[in-house]
Every structure is written in structure tokens, then in C-alpha cells.
Unconditional design. Sequence first.
Length: 184
Amino acid sequence: MIYIALLRGINVGGKNKVKMADLRTILEEMGLGRVQTYIQSGNVLFEADEEEGPLRQRLERELEARLGFAVAVVVRTLDEWKKVAAGCPFSDEEIAEAEAASDAESLYVAFLPEAPLPEKAERLSEYRTDNDKYRIDGRDVYLLFRYSVRDSKLAINLHKLDVPVTVRNWKTVNKLLALGTAMA
């Protein structure tokens, strides 16, 4: 089965630096097949015959042992990734309006290892504005920023979901989809 793993918080602001070649080596030594990385922010594609939960836990344990710091990992199968890429809840008009107002990326997906509890998800509602929109779909949170993710109160409060969160822009979502599809 083809998996896409997202590592949270590596190579950000000069902290928790990990070379992608080293990351590939670690995963290959774990017995994962056809390992490839995409850009420096911890996106990895590979083949494995394991169930997602145990696989994610094994990745987190091995990465911490080898790198010397904890790394939260979010894992999706290629089929799940296809559903994320096809499931954008925002209209083309909403996306175009947001992109016209911004000089940066507007559309993102926050990936979670598990769906947030409803009462935790409700915590985000106070940060929804005309400029910052979101939709939660199970373990994925679609985000649309009219200005910048960097200035967004919604973005900086995703931690209130009380589950690890790692965010990727829409271009990365689509590139990982293309890479995974090519692997298949």
C-alpha cells in the first residue's frame, strides 16, 4: 500500500533540522519500500504492508530514537489522499477571491492523526471570519485565508483542537497526489 507521511515541525525556523536524504535512509532501514521525499518540510511517500495506526507509532518511535527529538507524524493512504484532494469544500469563486486579496498561498489543509472531539472542534468557531474560513472533514481541516496564513488567528489557534496538526498548502497537496499516483 502506498502511504504519504507528514512530519510535523521539522526544518522550521532553523529548528529540528533533518536532511531529506537522512530521512529516506531511516525509513528504508525500517523496511519501508520505494521511499521518496518532497521538499524539505517532511513529506514522505513510501510503500508498506502495515496498518496505519501501528505504522504511525513505529515511525514516531524510530524517528525520535534516531533524530533525538519527538516528531509527530500524520499518515494517509494514497486513496485517502485522493479524497482530500478531491474534497475541497470551498468554491472556485471563494478561492479566487481569497487569492486575489493575497500575495501568498490561500488554500491549505491541516492534517490530524485523528478527528478532533466535537467540543474541541467547536473551539475554532470563534476564529472563523470573512477572511479566515475552515471546514473540518474528519481528520482533515480545509483552510482558506484571504490574506496570509502568517497573520491568521485561526491558523495560530489550530492547536486548540487538542490533537497534533501539520499544515500543507494546496500546491503541496496536489504535488504529493501526483507523486503518489506515479508510484501506483
